[in-house]
Design a protein around this ligand. Structure first.
Ligand SMILES: [Zn+2]
Length: 292
């Protein structure tokens, strides 16, 4: 008998094509916004990093929505479609950025011509690299340093788009009724403790073990308990436990899965909820908020 959720790996045949089409439209729109924001907002540093992450995440998220709508449970398809959209976004961002730069310099650049002539585009990029594209605190990165920065930007865009798609198809899906399970994050929290013992107790559905660990201590590592449940038929439900460690300033330094999608029955979920609700009055086990 299965004890943990196992992805079926199935997907509707049109899922990759529908997701690639929607992702391409998003990539085109977002890459224009990205190019003009880079060119006209004179802010470099954290802001640029957020823009780059936003571009990869935006294109990946639109693609992921369609993958989920077409019931894609295949991690391979998720990674592959996400990476393709990431690469397309990267390419389009270079096309739009180059066109926007030429336009800004009062030249005439055609989007189609830049799109259809990758060699000419590459020559433009190499020229830009030799001259430097921007300055920060009086320094204009060129050559190897600028290639390295552009390389990091490329890895971020493609990586974030691919990871966004993979993560969203990896969530539990109820094969019984054909719907995605809904997440309830932080159904309970407890203090850190013996991991192996907790895993064993949860495997035997002894949820009182959660209570036995005691309340979370400010500034110390703790366990967070997340439930995924099918709200349609109630047949597929899972429990994941994350160990989250924070430093003295409260910043997260570790986020690791201790238990990953342990299968629960409807009665198990109810038992976990009633334990959390009963103990809530006595302070620390919190009832979770349903994630969007
Ligand atoms: Zn169901």
């Amino acid at each position: 008998m299965l004890t943990h959720y196992c992805r079926s790996g199935r997907f509707e045949l049109d899922a990759p094509f529908a997701a690639l089409t929607a992702g391409a439209v998003a990539a085109l729109a977002l890459s224009w916004l990205y190019a003009y924001a880079l060119l006209y907002l004179p802010l470099i540093g954290t802001f640029t990093l957020l823009l780059t992450l936003g571009l990869g995440f935006g294109a990946g998220a639109v693609t992921a929505v369609v993958l989920r709508a077409r019931r894609c449970r295949s991690l391979r398809v998720g990674w592959a479609v996400g990476a393709l959209i990431g690469l397309l976004t990267l390419w389009l961002s270079w096309v739009t950025y180059t066109v926007a730069r030429v336009d800004a310099a009062a030249g005439e650049a055609s989007f189609l011509s830049a799109l259809l002539h990758p060699r000419a585009l590459w020559a433009c990029i190499a020229e830009l690299n030799a001259a430097g594209a921007w300055s920060f605190l009086g320094v204009t990165p060129k050559g190897g340093l600028l290639w390295a920065l552009w390389g990091a930007e490329a890895v971020l865009i493609v990586g974030v788009a691919a990871a966004t798609c993979a993560a969203s198809v990896a969530q539990p899906f109820c094969e019984g009724c054909g719907t995605w399970c809904e997440e309830r994050r932080g159904v309970a929290r407890s203090a850190d403790g013996d991991e192996a013992a907790l895993r064993e107790a949860l495997g035997k559905k002894r949820f009182a073990a959660v209570w036995a660990l005691g309340p979370t201590v400010r500034g110390s590592a703790f366990y967070r308990y997340d439930v995924f449940e099918c709200t349609a038929c109630g047949e597929t439900n899972t429990l994941s436990v994350l160990r989250i460690a924070v430093n003295a300033l409260g910043a997260r330094v570790e986020r690791r899965a201790v238990v990953r999608h342990l299968l629960l029955s409807r009665a198990d979920v109810a038992a976990l909820d009633s334990l959390a609700a009963r103990r809530a009055g006595r302070s620390w086990l919190t009832s979770g908020t349903r994630a969007a």
